[in-house]
Design a protein around this ligand. Structure first.
Ligand SMILES: *Cc1c(COP(=O)(O)O)cnc(C)c1O
Length: 407
């Protein structure tokens, strides 16, 4: 099949990294040169037979792929509605989907002879996944993390240290994710020949949204095949939580050309007031941040607005450009789930199925439960992006009373 015959959703982004008007690369000239080089490397090395073979072997023997698709019999019966299935990315090594793209990025770094992997981390999940990849390949890892986040997410800081990564404490400004991004980019620009920047989601300048989506696409390919094998048909609906959008992008791509409804689930946090949520698809307007054009939540001055969610992996004031495009064209619908609904789903899935989901993933489970009630004859396949061990302390401290309820 030549490129012209591919459906539009699979043909994008274009050569400049655009999905319609979203995406692209809005960075200083020095950084653009590096982005061009990574783009070239991606199109040659990552498509090579040797690279693909090595990545497949890593996925199978190190990560434990394929992860299963699971039918939630108890949950489905309890809800009394549509059938709910899970793609179990919580069973991927390290307990979440992030390792899928970190292993791809680190393998590319190995082929390029890079001496160090650099990244920022907010809650520490991306930092832990990249530290794992660095340990596997024997490439040093440097993670930039805000001082405030280091205190808040100390277990992940310890994990990174045990895995051998260097954690750089960023003290400027609010000492949070935004400052960590700036600090990590500066470290990368100081030595772009020997280092490589490894982004944590389908965001940032081209080619990152493309590259990260391609490394995550394995999730959608497996899920489609497994679901058909299990049920003899396609799911009626698929859904996944959307922060930057990496787990959702890889998963949704498996169903891009199918008659399947696609739902990106965003965190409504405490409510619809600016500052209380992180629903960039639903409430954002066009804007550039972190080097790409997308839908963005803005304050009165047009800068990235403060955002909030109980799920720290979802509180990002923008969204991957491909999601903005799919949303604008109607291919992907945006759904909103607040903290309390997510916590309820967290306990419900734990009690009824023996699966403790990450708070991020619990947003997708909560939406699936709602949809199942509305559409009792349909099936819903949820991408369960990660497991919830990391959230136990937080949930019991802030929502402990939910543990005493019936589900
Ligand atoms: C980081 C994280 C997310 C959010 O990232 P996306 O790029 O939107 O997928 C979702 N789930 C889990 C478990 C995470 O760790």
């Amino acid at each position: 099949m030549n490129n012209e015959q591919l459906p539009a959703y699979k043909r994008l982004p274009d050569a400049k990294g655009f999905f319609g008007k979203f995406g692209g690369s809005f960075v200083p000239e020095a950084l653009q040169k590096q982005m061009d080089e990574i783009t070239r490397a991606y199109h040659t090395i990552c498509r090579s037979h040797d690279f693909i073979r090595e990545l497949r072997s890593i996925r199978k023997h190190f990560q434990g792929r394929p992860t299963p698709v699971y039918y939630c019999k108890n949950l489905t019966e309890k809800i009394g509605g549509g059938r709910i299935y899970l793609k179990r990315e919580d069973l991927n090594h390290t307990g979440a989907h992030k390792l899928n793209h970190c292993m791809g990025e680190a393998l590319l770094a190995k082929y390029l002879g890079k001496k160090k992997l650099i990244a920022e981390t907010g809650a520490g999940q991306h930092g832990v996944a990249l530290a794992t990849a660095g340990a596997y390949f024997g490439i040093p890892v440097e993670i930039h993390m805000g001082e405030t986040d280091i205190k808040k997410e100390y277990p992940n800081v310890m994990r990174m240290k045990v895995l051998g990564a260097k954690v750089v404490s960023v003290t400027r400004g609010a000492g949070a994710l935004k400052e960590a991004v700036d600090s990590a980019f500066e470290a990368y620009l100081a030595d772009p020949v020997n280092t490589i920047y490894c982004i944590g989601s389908v965001v940032g300048p081209h080619p990152f949204p493309l590259m990260v989506r391609e490394f995550q696409r394995v999730v959608g390919i497996e899920a489609r095949e497994q679901f058909i094998e299990m049920t003899g048909e396609l799911p009626d609906n698929v859904c996944a939580c959307v922060g930057g959008g990496s787990n959702a992008a890889g998963f949704f791509h498996g169903f891009a050309d199918d008659p399947v409804e696609i739902y990106g689930v965003e965190p409504l946090g405490r409510g619809a007031k600016l500052g209380d949520h992180a629903c960039s698809l639903a409430f954002g307007t066009e804007g550039v941040m972190h080097g790409f054009n997308s839908l963005m939540l803005k304050d009165a001055d047009g800068n990235p607005a403060p955002v909030y969610s109980a799920a720290s992996g979802l509180d990002y004031p923008s969204v991957g450009p491909e999601h903005a495009y799919w949303h604008e064209t109607g291919r992907e619908k945006a759904a909103q789930i607040g903290d309390e609904e997510a916590i309820e789903a967290f306990f419900r899935l734990s009690r009824l199925e023996g699966i403790i989901p990450a708070l991020e993933s619990a947003h997708a489970v909560a939406f699936a439960t709602k949809l199942a009630r509305e559409r009792p004859t349909e099936s819903i396949l949820v991408n369960l992006s990660g497991r919830g061990d990391k959230d136990l302390d937080y949930v019991m401290e802030h929502f402990g009373e939910y543990a005493d309820r019936e589900y």
